[in-house]
Design a protein around this ligand. Structure first.
Ligand SMILES: Cc1cc2nc3c(=O)[nH]c(=O)nc-3n(C[C@H](O)[C@H](O)[C@H](O)COP(=O)(O)OP(=O)(O)OC[C@H]3O[C@@H](n4cnc5c(N)ncnc54)[C@H](O)[C@@H]3O)c2cc1C
Length: 384
């Protein structure tokens, strides 16, 4: 239902798996990001290079990218059950076993990977208590629609999006809007952050009202109102935050959380999904290297491999959000999206392969104890 961007640090992995060409068919390469103030003043045009550090980024519709990855997993022999709920995660340290309960059936595995998102149940078992995410105070209206069907090409305020793939942003105090056309000007999506006080327990994702979204952009650049009004519906997606977990691994070491279950990201990082993929790759390397009889060691090596990098990427999302929401137009503050080398010129598979042995040995000396969280960090609630 919405756009997702996989950055070159994940693009590199997709390309290694031979999926680059297939993914590119459903993806769009925007060449520039035009960044405006909310009143429509062009602040900066950021050039978005085709390749960064030798790899493409992949930006497209979530469902279409997901379908390519889903088919790839099936080709590799993964047995996938859709539409079923894990009602319980379990670990028995005496018997050294772990598993899940699905539709009343107890399933046992060598290792259980809880990639169950921001509302993760696996996380409860890992932490030993319920750790609710906090509302960020913000939510995002998001939608996607056909350009011709919705008359984007007929309106002089929006018709430029029908001619080519464009990527625009508008930033104001504590809010921003993104709009982009994809597939050669055939489809379009927009995202609009807004203040939100609703209780996130009610629902993280619910239908939004276009009329409410229009109220937010009422006195903005008239192009924003014109773009928002073209949609017939939108989703109101609550943005939640969470302080870093002290650990991602269960006491017995056989259940591990990855992706948003371990570390939810603000969308302004444009890295949440990418870091989830990196997690999966690093965990696979750790499990393969350690072998079946050393699963608890493998999951703890994985945690050490990933923890600091993920935290640094989360912090970057926060600093980008602050840069946008608190920019001083008169001072000509920089509003470009960051492309740091440490983040994008990184190969999660090689890194895991190269550092596994060293971490494995150092943890062995400590009896594979859980790590001390040495970087105390608190994500503030100033929005997303
Ligand atoms: C508006 C917005 C825009 C974003 N844009 C980007 C972007 O451009 N680039 C980027 O990298 N990231 C982006 N992100 C972040 C990104 O969407 C997440 O970081 C990413 O989806 C996390 O992936 P995940 O697999 O860990 O969790 P999820 O995508 O949340 O997947 C978890 C899955 O587990 C399933 N599940 C949960 N509980 C159970 C259960 N008990 N039993 C069975 N299944 C269960 C859920 O149904 C879901 O399918 C954005 C986020 C938002 C809100």
């Amino acid at each position: 239902m919405c756009v997702i961007s996989f950055a070159p640090n994940t693009g590199r992995l997709f390309e290694r798996w031979g999926l680059g060409e297939e993914l590119m068919k459903v993806c769009t390469q925007h060449t520039n990001l035009h960044i405006h103030s909310h009143m429509g003043h062009l602040l900066q045009t950021q050039v978005l290079p085709q390749k960064v550090f030798g790899s493409n980024s992949y930006n497209g519709r979530r469902g279409e990218i997901h379908a390519v990855l889903f088919e790839y997993a099936k080709r590799l022999g993964a047995e996938i059950k859709l539409g079923v709920e894990v009602t319980e995660y379990w670990e028995n340290d005496v018997e050294k076993k772990a598993g899940v309960i699905v539709q009343g059936q107890r399933i046992e595995g060598d290792v259980v990977v809880g990639a169950d998102g921001v509302g993760s149940k696996a996380r409860q078992l890992v932490l030993g208590h319920v750790d609710e995410p906090k509302p960020s105070g913000y939510a995002i209206y998001r939608t996607w629609f056909d350009i011709q069907e919705r008359g984007v090409d007929k309106d002089p305020l929006t018709s430029m999006f029908a001619k080519e793939d464009l990527f625009f942003s508008w930033i104001g105090e504590d809010k921003h809007m993104l709009a982009m056309s994809m597939k050669g000007g055939k489809e379009m999506c927009w995202l609009l952050t807004h203040k939100d006080t609703a209780d996130i327990k009610e629902s993280w994702s619910q239908p939004g009202k276009i009329s409410d979204a229009l109220t937010i952009v009422d006195d903005w650049d008239p192009r924003c109102r014109a773009i928002v009004s073209k949609a017939s519906f939108c989703i109101d997606f609550k943005l939640v935050i969470r302080d870093p977990l002290p650990t991602w691994v269960s006491p017995g070491g056989r259940i591990v959380v990855i992706g948003d279950a371990a570390h939810p990201f603000l969308p302004s990082s444009i890295q949440g999904a990418s870091q989830g993929v990196e997690d999966g790759v690093a965990l696979a390397v750790a499990l393969k290297n350690a072998g079946k009889d050393k699963i608890p060691a493998a999951t703890r090596v994985f945690e050490h491999l990933r923890y600091d990098r993920v935290l640094k990427s989360q912090q970057m999302g926060e600093s980008t959000r602050n840069k946008w929401h608190k920019k001083n137009e008169d001072k000509g503050d920089d509003v470009e999206l960051p492309f740091p080398e440490w983040l994008l010129n990184f190969d999660a598979e090689r890194h895991a392969q190269n550092t596994f042995g060293q971490i494995f040995d150092s943890l062995k000396e400590k009896g594979y104890a859980r790590p001390n969280v040495h970087l105390l960090y608190h994500i503030d609630e100033a929005g997303a």
